[in-house]
Write a protein that binds this ligand. Structure first.
Ligand code: 3HC
Ligand code: NAI
Length: 704
C-alpha cells in the first residue's frame, strides 16, 4: 500500500483498517457483532501487519477492536467449510514473528481465537472488566491457534489447564496476577492502544515473544487434571485432548503447535463437536420468532400467584434479576412458606457468590411484597400464575385478574399441560394472556417455554422473550397442546420406558442405559425426584379419556398406592436413605406382580435396544410436534431438551440426533417396533417423507 494513502484511517478491507500516527501503526478490527476472526479479519490483519512492517516510519504496531468486544473467537460459522488461508495459527505465528513489536488491547469478551491472537502479540493490555477465556472445549474442540502452547508459557501449566478444560472466562485481575496479560487499563480501546504503543517503545511496557518463553514443567498438574476428567467427564472427547495438547507445551513452539493441530483436527472430526456447535447456534436461533419485531411491553414490576415449588422459584429468579415482586397466596401460612423458600434460595445465591448479604437483605425488605389478596396485583406489569394444576382454580384466578389488573398488564400462566386458550377465554383480554412455562427449580433452570395462544398479541410474545432475557433464560416459542413442546414429548417417551419396564427391563437397567447415552439421570431417577404423586394425579385425570387401544402400565400407580412418592417419601423406584440410592425391592416386587397379572414373560433388553427405543420414541413425537407447528423448527425442540430435560449437550438435542441416526433408519425402527404395538409406534408422515427425499432436520433449520 503506497505511503501517501495512509493519512487518517485506511481500509485494508471491509473489516480491517490502519492508521499511522507518528511512529505508531494502529490496526482496527471492525467485524460486528463480536469481531469473530472470519476469513476477512484474518486476511485483513495479515495484510495490515505486513504493510506496517514495511513502513520505515512505523516503530510499533498496536491492535484493537471496535464495537463491544475485541475478537470473541474464530468464526464458528466457517467450521466444517473448506479452510481459507491464512489460518488462524499461521496468523498468530506471523504476528509473533513480527520484527516490530505488536501490542494488543483486549476488551469485552476476548475469547478463543481472539485471546490466541492476543497471546501471540508482544504485550497485552486489557480494559477493566474484560473477560478473557478459551471456551473452545464447550464447542467440543480445543484452542487451535497456539492457545494450548502460549497460555501455559505465560500463566503456568496449572492455570492454563484449568482455563482450557473448563472453558470458563477469567477476570482481568486473575489474568494479570497469573501473567496472561501485562496491564489493566481504563478508557477507550483506541486511546489505550496508542498509549500502550508509546509505552512499548519507551520500555515501560515490557515486550516478549511468548513462544520463546519456556513453560515451567508441572507434571503433577497434568496428572491431577487427567484424573479429575476421567472421573467427571469420561464421556466427553475434547477435554482429554486439551490436556494432551497442554502437555506438549514443553516442546519448541512450532512442534507443540503441530501436536496441538493434530489433536484439534481429531476434535473437529468428532460428532461431539457437531453436537455442541449445533447446541450453541440453536440457543441463539430460538429467539428468531415471528413476533421478534414487535415492541415488548415495559416490565418494571411483576406479580406471582402461588408460593409453592414453582412460584417461589419464579419469584426468586425475578428478584435476582432486580425486578420487584408481589407474591400472593391463599393464606398467611402459604405466604410464610413461600417467603421462607425464597429466603433459602437467596441464601444459596449468596453462598455461590451471586448475591451479597446486603443485597439479600435489600431484596427481602424492599423488593418482595406479599399479600393474600389478588387486588395487590393491580399495579404490576406482568403476573405469573403458579397455583395448583387444576383448570377450575386457574379459571377463577384469571377471571379475578381480568377485574383487578391494570390495562396492558401481561397475564401469564405457568401451567405444565393445561390449555392456554381456555384460560385466556375466562378474561375479556385474551390478547394479553400467554403461557410462561418455567422449569423446576425455576431460579436455576435456563429454559422458559413461551406458549402462544390463538389470540396472544405479538407484543405480549415479545414481552415473554424480553423477560426471559432479563432473567438470563433461554426462551423457546411453543404452540398450545397438552404439555407444549417438552412435557408432551416427555409424556410420550416415558411410555416407551414403561413398556420396556413391563416387558423385562428393570428401572435401573433403563436408567443406566440412558446415563450411558449421556443423560445426567435416567427417567426413573427423574420420576422419583419430581415426585411420583404428580404423574399419578395426571394418570387419574386422564383415565376417563384414555383410548382403549392404548397399552397402559400401572406400575407407578401401584407404587404410589403405598404412599411411596419417590425421594420426598424416602422410596419410589429407588430407596433413599443414608446408604445412598439403590433399587427398591418392593418396587421390583410390584413390577413382577404386574407382569404376571398381564401375562408378560419378561425378556432381556440390551442397553443399545433401550437407548434405541427411548430415542426413537422421543424423535417420533418431536417430529409430530413439528408437523403440527407446535414447535417452529427442529432447533426449538433441541433447545427445549438441552435446557429443560438434561439432554446430553454433546449430542446436540433429539432432532440433531435424529439426523445422526438418519430418517430412513428411524422409519425402519418404528415399523419394526410397530409389529408389537401399532397403536403406540406410528411413523410420522414428515419422517417418512424425509426418509424418501433425504432431507434432514438441519436443512429445515437452515430454511428457518
Ligand atoms: N463466530 C460466529 N458467530 C458468533 C461467534 C463466533 N465465534 N460468537 C458469537 N457469534 C454470533 C452469535 O451467533 C450471534 O449471532 P446472531 O445475532 O445471528 O444470533 C451474535 O454473534 C451475538 O452473539 P450472542 O447473542 O451470543 O451475544 P452475547 O453478547 O450474549 O455474547 C459472546 C457474546 C460472549 C462472545 C458469545 O457470543 C460467545 O460466547 N461466543 C462464542 C465464543 C467462543 O466460543 N469463541 C471460541 C470460538 S472457537 C475458536 O476460537 C477456535 C480457535 O481456537 C481456533
Ligand atoms: P405447589 O403445590 O408446590 O404450589 C402451588 C401453590 O399455589 C401452593 O402454595 C398453594 O397454596 C397455592 N395456591 C393454590 N390456590 C391458590 C390461589 N387461589 N391463590 C393463591 N395461591 C394459591 O405446585 P407447583 O409445583 O409449584 O406447581 C404450580 C404450577 O406450576 C402448576 O400449574 C404446575 O403444573 C406448574 N409447574 C410445575 C412444575 C414442577 O416441576 N413442580 C414445573 C413447571 C410448571
Amino acid at each position: 500500500m503506497p505511503s501517501d494513502t495512509l493519512a487518517g484511517a485506511n481500509a485494508v478491507n471491509d473489516v480491517v483498517s490502519i492508521e499511522i500516527i507518528g511512529k505508531i501503526g494502529l490496526i482496527a478490527l471492525d467485524n460486528p457483532p463480536v469481531n469473530a476472526a472470519s476469513h476477512a479479519v484474518r486476511s485483513g490483519l495479515w495484510q495490515a501487519v505486513e504493510t506496517l512492517q514495511q513502513r520505515v516510519d512505523v516503530e510499533v504496531i498496536a491492535l484493537y477492536g471496535k464495537g463491544r468486544t475485541f475478537i470473541a473467537g474464530a468464526d464458528i460459522r466457517e467450521f466444517g467449510k473448506p479452510p481459507q488461508d491464512p489460518w488462524l495459527p499461521e496468523l498468530c505465528n506471523f504476528i509473533e514473528d513480527s520484527e516490530k513489536p505488536i501490542v494488543c488491547v483486549l476488551h469485552g469478551t476476548t475469547l478463543g481465537g481472539g485471546l490466541e491472537v492476543a497471546l501471540s502479540c508482544h504485550a497485552r493490555v486489557a480494559l477493566k472488566g474484560t473477560k478473557v477465556g478459551l471456551p473452545e472445549v464447550t464447542l467440543g474442540i480445543l484452542p487451535g491457534a497456539g492457545g494450548t502452547q502460549r497460555a501455559p508459557r505465560l500463566a503456568g501449566v496449572a492455570f492454563a489447564l484449568e482455563m482450557i478444560t473448563s472453558g470458563k472466562p477469567v477476570s482481568t485481575q486473575d489474568a494479570l496476577e497469573n501473567g496472561l496479560i501485562d496491564r489493566i487499563a481504563e478508557g477507550d480501546p483506541r486511546e489505550v492502544a496508542l498509549s500502550a504503543a508509546e509505552d512499548l517503545v519507551s520500555g515501560t511496557l515490557p515486550r516478549r515473544k511468548t513462544g520463546e518463553i519456556e513453560a515451567a514443567p508441572d507434571q503433577a498438574a497434568l496428572e491431577a487434571m487427567r484424573a479429575k476428567l476421567a472421573k467427571t467427564q469420561a464421556q466427553l472427547f475434547s477435554p482429554h485432548k486439551c490436556v494432551d495438547a497442554v502437555a506438549a507445551c514443553h516442546l519448541p513452539i512450532k512442534e507443540g503447535m503441530a501436536e496441538e493441530r493434530r489433536l484439534y483436527n481429531a476434535c473437529m472430526d468428532s460428532p461431539q463437536r457437531a453436537g455442541l456447535i449445533h447446541a450453541f447456534f440453536s440457543e441463539r436461533a430460538v429467539a428468531k420468532v415471528p413476533e421478534a419485531s414487535a415492541e415488548p411491553r415495559d416490565i418494571q414490576a411483576i406479580g406471582v400467584i402461588g408460593g409453592g415449588t414453582m412460584g417461589s422459584g419464579i419469584a426468586t429468579a425475578a428478584l435476582l434479576a432486580g425486578l420487584p415482586v408481589t407474591l400472593t397466596e391463599r393464606d398467611q401460612a402459604g405466604l410464610d412458606r413461600g417467603t421462607d423458600t425464597i429466603a433459602k434460595n437467596l441464601d444459596g445465591a449468596v453462598k455461590r457468590g451471586k448475591l451479597s448479604t446486603d443485597g439479600r437483605e435489600e431484596i427481602l425488605s424492599s423488593k418482595l411484597s406479599t399479600s393474600t389478596d389478588l387486588t395487590a396485583l393491580s399495579d404490576v406489569d406482568l403476573v405469573i400464575e403458579a397455583v395448583f394444576e387444576e383448570m377450575s382454580v386457574k379459571r377463577e384466578i384469571f377471571g379475578t385478574l381480568d377485574k383487578v389488573c391494570k390495562q396492558g398488564a401481561v397475564l401469564a400462566s405457568n401451567t405444565s399441560y393445561l390449555d392456554i386458550n381456555d384460560i385466556a377465554a375466562t378474561t375479556s383480554r385474551p390478547a394479553d394472556v400467554i403461557g410462561l412455562h418455567f422449569f423446576s427449580p425455576a431460579h436455576v433452570m435456563r429454559l422458559l417455554e413461551v406458549v402462544v395462544a390463538d389470540k396472544t398479541a405479538p407484543e405480549v410474545v415479545a414481552t415473554g422473550f424480553a423477560l426471559a432475557k432479563k432473567l438470563k433464560k433461554i426462551a423457546v416459542r411453543s404452540g398450545v397442546c397438552d404439555g407444549f413442546i417438552g412435557n408432551r414429548i416427555m409424556t410420550f417417551y416415558k411410555k416407551a420406558a414403561d413398556y420396556m419396564m413391563m416387558d423385562g427391563a428393570s428401572p435401573e437397567e433403563i436408567d443406566t442405559a440412558m446415563r450411558g447415552f449421556g443423560f445426567a439421570m435416567g427417567p426413573y431417577q427423574v420420576a422419583d425426584l419430581a415426585g411420583l404423586d404428580i404423574s399419578w394425579a395426571a394418570n387419574k385425570r386422564r383415565a376417563a379419556t384414555r383410548p382403549a387401544e392404548e397399552r397402559y402400565i400401572p406400575i407407578a400407580d401401584r407404587i404410589c398406592e403405598n404412599g411411596w412418592f419417590g425421594r420426598k417419601t424416602g422410596q419410589g423406584f429407588y430407596i433413599y436413605d443414608d446408604e445412598g440410592p439403590r433399587p427398591n425391592p418392593d418396587a421390583l416386587a410390584i413390577i413382577d406382580a404386574e407382569r404376571e397379572k398381564a401375562g408378560v414373560r419378561p425378556r432381556s433388553f440390551t442397553p443399545e435396544e433401550i437407548v434405541s427405543r427411548f430415542m426413537t420414541a422421543m424423535i417420533a413425537e418431536g417430529t409430530r410436534v413439528l408437523e403440527e407447528g407446535i414447535a417452529l423448527r427442529p432447533i426449538d425442540i433441541d433447545a427445549v431438551f438441552l435446557n429443560g430435560y438434561g439432554f446430553p449437550r454433546f449430542r446436540g438435542g433429539p432432532m440433531h440426533t435424529a439426523d445422526v441416526i438418519g430418517a430412513a433408519d428411524l422409519v425402519r425402527r418404528i415399523e419394526d417396533y410397530a409389529k408389537e404395538d401399532g397403536y403406540y409406534w406410528k411413523v410420522p408422515e414428515l419422517l417418512r417423507k424425509m426418509a424418501a427425499s433425504g432431507e434432514t432436520f438441519a436443512e429445515m433449520n437452515a430454511r428457518g
